[in-house]
Design a protein around this ligand. Structure first.
Ligand code: NDP
Length: 250
């Protein structure tokens, strides 16, 4: 039995990852920030399909909370599974900010660096003792770390940092048999960015036109890819950036 911890599993891509992993027989610890009800609904869906899951609250911008969070994870592992470790960590939680460089505030910048980079660094550090030797880590970046669109500098730079961090993690954790990869989704229809990719028909069409496969991404395009990357068949993939974007802006 494998257990995955997915941050930001209450909605969007994280929820979809949880459901795809659960469908492959992986049990789930998911986190939410404020949407407890939606998080509980994801757990209920996993349970209806015969799996097991638990939802824990976590604000990834509150680094002081990581130690008590680790203890709650340890408690859930022991209570629900009689275990002291889990197999897969997926650092997915996050929100974006849209602001041209000239107008980006220090507060917006710090928020992006905190959520998308510093939290991934220190949450991973905090959870390392709970990750099983031979386990896996997947960080979630963005296509915007490869191609550059106006208005995303603070967000995308922080995602760029997490791509470098991924390679360093892979180097340092190799001795424990832990692989570390980063998945970079293209534009996907979720609530992200106020749901613009999903809800703004003109933007949706424009992104589809830039994508060889002729449409924007859907959550299932990402959840399935992450679950596949965490399968045993992908055990030799390590330290890689895998873009899952339908080939946008090649
Ligand atoms: P959503 O807005 O749909 O979901 C965000 C998730 O992250 C929710 O579970 C939310 O919890 C959680 N979250 C948000 N802020 C915090 C916080 N401060 N602390 C803890 N949890 C938090 O976004 P997506 O699913 O689309 O995005 C998931 C990841 O994918 C992000 O890292 C994003 O940058 C990345 N990404 C998304 C793309 C897209 O087009 N959608 C493209 C490329 C990358 P709650 O429900 O409680 O609010």
């Amino acid at each position: 039995m494998k257990i995955a911890l997915v941050t930001g599993g209450s909605r969007g891509l994280g929820k979809n990852m949880c459901l795809h992993l659960a469908a492959k027989g992986t049990d789930i610890i998911l986190t939410y920030h404020s949407n407890e009800e939606q998080a509980r609904e994801v757990v209920a869906e996993i349970e209806r399909n015969g799996g097991r899951g638990v939802a824990l609250q976590l604000d990834v911008s509150d680094h002081k909370s990581f130690e008590p969070f680790r203890d709650r994870v340890a408690g859930a592992l022991s209570e629900m599974w009689g275990r002291s470790d889990f197999d897969f960590l997926v650092n997915n939680a996050g929100t974006g900010v849209y602001a041209p460089i000239a107008e980006t505030t220090e507060e917006q910048f710090d928020r992006m660096v905190n959520i998308h980079y510093k939290s991934v660094f220190f949450l991973t550090q905090m959870l390392l003792p709970l990750i099983k030797d031979g386990g896996r880590i997947v960080n979630i970046s963005s296509g915007l770390a490869r191609f550059s669109l106006p208005g995303y500098a603070a967000y995308a730079s922080a995602k760029g940092a997490v791509e470098v961090f991924t390679r360093y993690l892979a180097v340092e954790l190799g001795a424990r048999g832990i692989t570390v990869n980063v998945v970079a989704p293209g534009a996907i229809e979720t609530d992200f960015g106020g749901g613009v990719v999903r809800d703004n028909p003109e933007l949706n069409k424009a992104i589809a036109a830039q994508t060889p496969l002729g449409r924007v991404g859907l959550p299932d395009d990402i959840g399935g890819a992450v679950a596949a990357l965490l399968s045993d068949d992908c055990r030799w993939i390590n330290g890689q950036r895998i873009e899952v974007s339908g080939g946008i802006h090649l």
